[in-house]
Design a binder for this molecule. Structure first.
Ligand code: GDP
Ligand code: MG
Length: 139
């Protein structure tokens, strides 16, 4: 299994609820290594590019409004199979499918405010890391 990097982001609801520390702790305990992090309010342009795959969906405007509504905590994490394993640690998108013990299963009851984003493939991880960290990350 390859050492990968992924992009994870605590969404505005997670920052407001002060669960950044718990989320970072979960990934550190699992054995992953943080390679970059920033607290920022994303511009509309960045949010639209980030969620471009959903541009035609009816909820796109609402999604971009939400993600630009306050600070988010964007991170790059590295480790073996981190893309797939972090998705499992996050829990499913739909609240009725996110198991207790996962981040969403422990913190979220709505689809729109679900605390965390994580890249879903190698291609999206590379694209999202480039988008959020255009200055590059520490190696
Ligand atoms: P993810 O990869 O698990 O975050 O899920 P998706 O890539 O499918 O969707 C991106 C984000 O859009 C999700 O995390 C949800 O917060 C939000 N979302 C997805 N579907 C809906 C929807 O039907 N309505 C609303 N309001 N938000 C949605
Ligand atoms: Mg997604």
């Amino acid at each position: 299994m390859a050492i990968e990097k992924t992009f994870l982001m605590v969404k505005p609801d997670g920052v407001e609820r002060q669960v950044i520390g718990d989320i970072v702790d979960r990934f550190e305990r699992r054995g992953f290594v943080m390679r970059g992090a920033k607290l920022m309010v994303p511009t509309r342009d960045l949010a639209e590019k980030h969620y471009a795959e959903h541009a035609e969906r009816p909820f796109f405007g609402e999604l971009v409004d939400f993600i630009t509504s306050g600070p988010v905590f964007g991170m790059v994490w590295e480790g073996e199979n981190v893309i797939q394993l972090s998705r499992i640690m996050m829990g499913a998108t739909k609240p009725e499918e996110s198991a207790p013990g996962t981040i969403r299963g422990d913190y979220a009851v709505t689809l729109s405010h679900n605390v965390i984003h994580g890249s879903d493939s190698l291609a999206s991880a590379e694209r999202e890391i480039g988008l959020w960290f255009p200055e590059g990350i520490a190696e």
